[in-house]
Every structure is written in C-alpha cells, then in structure tokens.
Design a protein around this ligand. Structure first.
Ligand SMILES: Nc1ncnc2c1ncn2[C@@H]1O[C@H](COP(=O)(O)OP(=O)(O)OP(=O)(O)O)[C@@H](O)[C@H]1O
Length: 253
C-alpha cells in the first residue's frame, strides 16, 4: 500500500519548511528523515499521520487522500509514535501497550486474550516483560519510550511513523530496538523514522529524506542520498564517511 505526498507544502510560525514535496513510499520501504533541529521533521510526520493539515498539497494512502479516511481506519493503517515523552497516565505498561489495539476493537469491546498475548509479545521484544505491571509514572524515560514503541508495534499497522524512537535508549536497547524494526521491515511493514543519526541507515533503512528546513528536500535510496557532501550541506558541518572492512560510519569531520 503506497503512502504518497503530492505537492506538499508545510509552514509553521510563518516559516516555509517544505515546498512541493512529491514523495512516494512503497510498502516494505524503510525511510529515515534527517535534518537540523527545526527543519520540519516532526511537522512532516504529524502531517503524514493526518494530525496536521498541509498548507498545500495532500497525503494519500493507496490513492485515497488521508483527509477522506475515517480516523479509525487511519489508525488501522498508520501507527504514529510522537517525539515528546508522554505525560505518564495512571496505567500499567501492559495497559499502555494494549491501548495500541484500540483501533481494532468494536465499540466498548474489551481486548481479547489474543490482544493481551500480542501486547505481551511486543513488551518482550523490547526487554520489558518484567515491567508489564508497573505504573508508567514509575518507569524511567527510556523504559517509557520503549513502552510507547511497543504500543505502536501492537497497533499492527502497515505503516509505522516513528519520531526519534531511540533517542532515550541506551546502546544495547538501541541495538535491540533496531533489530525489532529491521524485523518489522522484513515482514513488509513500511517504516518512516525521524532520527539525528544517519548511521541508522546501516541498521535497516532503504531510503532517506533530507529536509533542509527552507523548503528544499532530497529523497532517494540511502546509497544515493547519504553522501558526505549531502550530509555536510544538510548539517552545515563537515561529515566524513569512515570505512572499516565491510562497515561504514558517518562521523563529524
Ligand atoms: N505550534 C507552533 N507554532 C509556531 N512554530 C512552531 C510550532 N510548532 C513547531 N514550530 C516550529 O516549526 C519548526 C519545525 O518544527 P519541527 O518540530 O517540525 O522540527 P524538527 O525538525 O522535528 O526539529 P527537532 O530536530 O528539534 O525535533 C521549528 O522552527 C519550530 O519552532
């Protein structure tokens, strides 16, 4: 199912962030969105999720404008992990992950044992099984972030829109979460991830979108878009690509 932006224009606070974005994302593709602070990454993700209206142009899913899709159907197609750490609601980690099942429940229907099993699986994938009964308010920032990611995974949507999902995670849990996202991509889920680390491209991404914050953008396969020159221009700072055997790493120059 294709997610597409046609002639999309975004502005905030009187600033033009994006102009004429024509962007097609096919099922199973994994996109990184990179750009400086304030370049419009979260604004674009919120627009893809249908939360913000574009200044011009439209987002469509399988050819249907997002604005025409009922909210419930949208939530069955797109899971959106927002950037800010949520104000902890008085609920357990398991209840928070189960909230990801809501778009699939009818009326006042309760979650089924299969929903609970699915939620527990997502918690286990992110090393949270021992914390399922803990109140969200008692969890650390990184733990709560992983719970929010588990809830997005439990939503079981064809598309995952993730705003800096790894920003509060330690090294091991970042690697674990990246492996989970890689697995999701392998299963055919489309993924759009905002990140400040272009090296996440090596972990699983197939494509990248660079936002310059002044309307300009570049999109394409990682191998074409993620170059020293393009990243140096994007961040207004020299970026070098170091190679070590079969591995490569972008570092500040
Ligand atoms: N409600 C608002 N009113 C006015 N300006 C806003 C509003 N929300 C965001 N902005 C501005 O829009 C611009 C884009 O914000 P956005 O959050 O999309 O950036 P970002 O690329 O995600 O940044 P970061 O890397 O810091 O998370 C910023 O300059 C921000 O200050």
């Amino acid at each position: 199912m294709t997610l597409a932006c046609r002639n999309l224009a975004l502005s905030r606070g009187g600033r033009q962030l994006l102009e004429s974005l024509n962007w097609q994302l096919a099922a199973g593709e994994c996109w990184l969105i990179l750009g400086e602070n304030g370049s419009g990454k979260s604004t674009l993700l919120a627009t893809l999720a249908g939360w913000l209206k574009p200044e011009a142009g439209e987002v469509s899913l399988a050819g249907v404008p997002l604005a025409q899709l009922p909210r419930r159907q949208r939530a069955q197609e797109l899971a959106w992990l927002v950037q800010q750490d949520e104000q902890p609601f008085p609920q357990t980690a398991l209840e928070r992950v189960l909230s990801g099942r809501q778009p699939w429940l009818q009326g006042w229907q309760w979650e089924s044992p299969a929903d609970v099993q699915l939620a527990r699986q997502q918690l286990a994938r992110l090393d949270l099984a021992m914390l399922e009964a803990r109140d969200l308010g008692s969890l650390s920032g990184g733990e709560r972030r992983r719970v929010a990611l588990a809830a997005a995974l439990a939503q079981q949507t064809p598309w995952l829109l993730l705003d800096e999902p790894l920003s509060q995670l330690d090294l091991r849990h970042q690697q674990q979460a990246l492996a989970v996202l890689r697995e999701e991509c392998r299963q055919g889920r489309g993924l759009v991830m905002v990140t400040h680390d272009p090296n996440h491209a090596w972990a699983f991404a197939t494509h990248a979108l660079l936002l310059h914050g002044d309307g300009r953008w570049q999109a394409g396969p990682c191998g074409e878009v993620l170059t020293e020159a393009a990243l140096s221009a994007l961040y207004h700072h020299p970026v070098r690509l170091l190679r070590d055997g079969g591995r490569a790493c972008f570092v500040p120059g």
